[in-house]
Ligand binder design. Structure first.
Ligand code: FAD
Ligand code: MLT
Ligand code: ZN
Length: 426
């Protein structure tokens, strides 16, 4: 029986898409920089179906690329290469169990969106610790696979810190399930930890057991105008911090133009710091500040506003905090004369360097910026992952021995290299 017929028998005809016209939304990424071709798109509706799909593809020798909300920014969920992979969409894996109020945990299917998870937790009197602007599309599985960060890392940590256990399908179609919610469990290798952040290269996550937090009491959102990045860093409160986002004038002005928002402060500043804190922090006299939760719009609309100018080169990096200000100056010079926008989660030294101007397939600016980052002792991927975008440059951050160990793990779990070929390990 052909692979297509086998998959139809597993998931039903309406969940196997073979017409390339219906693939468009699956084979082009959010930035429009990464595109590819899929043999077909398959949408399993349960863990058992996912396992059967992966098994059928393995038997056929056909690679599988997993995709959740397709909001990833490094091309990891876009099929590419020969033979064209099967694209496995997890969006129908929408199991969402009742919140366990004793443990403060919930089990969520891989296809549940972050937005739905937040609603579900809130309705039960809890909060989920990871949040990002793509919340209405990004999925639990995608955020686990990329170990997503977002705007609450300074308060709750990244996705890895929320994941108590996982259920996943391995490359041979076998299912590993660790959803019992035990916080203490020293029974051998931490497979949950290994799969978290593995970008779909070691298994297809079908569900996650996630920790929840007591909802924080109402806090304060404020926007501060600053003379420089150094001045902004000095304003970071040492306690009670719930979010800290840096923006530069070019980005804030672009958001104003694209969104029609008014100027956020009495005057324009070279640097802006958006803070969310438990209570109003002590500020030096004369700081230009505004207070309102609506100020989040200036930050959250950066990504869309930048995309209106063209296809951005998105470089998500982390710098040692003490060297961040010097890096900002140097990277702006390095990327001139292109449009460069810098913003990000500043408490973790996480900057998003977005460059618009170079053609999408020209990687020279990417390489120059990432080499600069490595020279500063930084990370070439703070939160978006390596994907296909940065796979050739992994050695900027990882030693030959580390990459060899990663390859051994990949070979052990996916000997035929069927899961997300070309992602993470070039
Ligand atoms: P996809 O894009 O579908 O996939 C991403 C990767 O995960 C791919 O390699 C894919 O193969 C793999 N994958 C997906 N699902 C599974 C699964 N079930 N099992 C195994 N592998 C899987 N990211 C941040 O970290 N912080 C931010 O603040 C942030 N803000 C964003 C704002 C906007 C407007 C946008 C567009 C993106 C933002 N992102 C951010 C990036 C993106 O939202 C995250 O990387 C997110 O985790 C991707 O989730 P997804 O479901 O869309 O995954
Ligand atoms: C963000 O923090 O807004 C994101 O990670 C998305 C981006 O880099 O554009
Ligand atoms: Zn981010």
């Amino acid at each position: 029986m052909s692979l297509e017929r086998r998959l139809r028998a597993i998931v039903g005809d309406s969940h196997v898409l073979t017409d390339p016209d219906t693939h468009a939304a699956y084979v082009l990424d959010w930035t429009r920089r990464w595109s590819g071709r899929a043999r077909l798109v398959v949408r399993p509706g349960s863990t058992a179906q996912t396992a059967a799909v992966v098994q059928a593809c393995a038997a056929d020798g056909t690679p599988v690329v997993t995709q959740g909300g397709n909001t990833g920014l490094v091309g990891g969920g876009i099929p590419h290469g020969e033979p064209p992979p099967v694209l496995l969409s997890t969006r129908r894996l929408t199991r969402l169990d009742p919140v366990d109020p004793v443990a403060g945990q919930v089990t969520a299917g891989a296809g549940v969106t972050l937005g739905r998870l937040h609603e579900h937790a809130r309705a039960a009197g809890w909060a989920y610790g990871v949040d990002l602007a793509a919340r209405d599309s990004a999925t639990v599985g995608g955020t686990v696979a990329t170990n997503a960060g977002g705007v609450r890392v300074c308060a709750y940590g990244d996705t890895r810190r929320q994941v108590v256990g996982l259920e996943a399908v391995l490359a041979d179609g076998s299912v590993i399930s660790h959803l019992g919610g035990l916080v203490k469990d020293n029974t051998g290798y931490d497979l949950t930890g290994l799969l978290t952040g593995s970008e779909g290269t070691l298994g297809v996550v079908t569900a996650a057991r996630l920790r929840l937090w007591p909802p924080p009491p109402p806090g304060v959102t404020l926007l501060l105008g600053c003379d420089s990045v150094t001045a902004a860093l000095a304003l970071l409160p040492r306690s009670g911090l719930r979010a800290a986002e840096l923006m530069l004038a070019a980005g804030v002005e672009l958001v104003q133009r694209v969104s029609g928002l008014p100027a956020p402060l009495a005057c324009a500043w070279p640097v802006y710091l958006l803070l969310e804190t438990a209570e109003l922090p002590d500020l030096p006299a004369g700081v230009d500040a505004a207070v309102s939760p609506r100020l989040w719009a200036y930050r959250e609309r950066h990504t869309e506003a930048i995309s209106t100018l063209g296809v951005p080169h998105k470089l998500d990096v982390a710098l040692p905090l003490g060297r961040l200000a010097a890096f900002v100056e140097e990277v702006v010079e390095l990327t001139a004369p292109h449009h460069t926008f810098l913003f990000g989660h500043v408490a973790e030294g996480n900057l998003h360097v977005n460059v618009v101007g170079p053609p999408p397939d020209d990687t020279s600016v990417d390489e120059a910026v990432l080499r600069l980052v490595a020279g500063y002792g930084g990370s070439i991927s703070a939160e978006h992952g390596i994907g296909i975008a940065k796979a050739p440059l992994l050695a900027l951050n990882r030693s030959a021995a580390e990459i060899a160990a990663m390859r051994s793990l990949k070979r052990a779990l996916d000997p035929e290299g069927l899961l997300n070929p070309g992602v993470l390990l070039a």
